[in-house]
Design a protein around this ligand. Structure first.
Ligand code: SAM
Length: 204
């Protein structure tokens, strides 16, 4: 693993795997595979976390670069390297400030991460920049829904939830964010009444 040393944020990383494991069995694992289906070439995963997605990349992917600002998460992801079927590089970096030249990747992916980055717009602009023209953005994210009672509840719960869940926001309008930085949205999968979206978009 390369990258400068960094204080560990620890607690959330420590409980992440046991908390997420039941959801993986209840369908999250299948949604990860569906999100990654058909990708090829060099892929960048934003907020790689404990490396839960590494085993789900198809054989057509030649390499995965996983970035995350949390070194404890990256340590746990490193334990999962043997599960990946291709070379994986792990790097400490934030999605808003990626240490890669323009056009470095064929695809950028993120799972449950654009809810947590400090600036979703900055992270999406960076994804655009490091993608080669024609490159793909694949996301699996929970989002704010527009239906009144639920959307309002998501907003009301976000401050407390964010403190409990490592900075996660329940009220991000991620699909709108993807379009607004210029990606062409090609496909959307909606789950749990539209609270979870699988977004396939392209840097045209
Ligand atoms: C809910 S976890 C998801 C982890 C993993 N993607 C998964 O699907 O299991 C959110 C991840 O986003 C990471 N993160 C937080 N701020 C970030 C940022 N600014 N840029 C990239 N990743 C970030 C966290 O460290 C954490 O690993």
């Amino acid at each position: 693993m390369d990258g400068p040393s960094h204080p560990r944020t620890g607690v959330f990383a420590g409980i992440y795997d046991p908390v997420i494991a039941p959801f993986e069995r209840l369908g999250l694992g299948g949604l990860r595979r569906e999100t990654l289906r058909g990708l090829s070439g060099a892929v960048l995963e934003l907020g790689v976390g404990t490396g839960r997605s590494l085993r789900s990349y198809p054989d057509s992917v030649s390499s995965v670069t996983g970035v995350d600002p949390d070194e404890t998460m990256l340590d746990r992801a490193a334990r999962r390297l043997p599960e990946a079927g291709m070379p994986v590089r792990l790097l400490r970096a934030a999605g808003e400030d990626l240490p890669f030249p323009d056009g470095s990747f064929d695809a950028v992916t993120a799972f449950l991460t654009l809810c947590t980055v400090q600036s979703q717009e900055a992270a999406l602009r960076e994804a655009w920049r490091v993608l080669a023209p024609g490159g793909e953005l694949r996301l699996l994210e929970h989002v704010r829904v527009e239906r009144k009672p639920l959307g309002r509840l998501q907003e009301a719960l976000t401050p407390a939830w964010s403190r409990l869940a490592g900075g996660c926001h329940l009220d991000r309008r991620t699909l709108e964010g993807v379009s607004s930085v210029g990606f062409e949205v090609e496909r959307i999968g909606r789950y749990l009444g539209g609270v979870v979206l699988r977004i396939h978009a392209r840097r045209a």
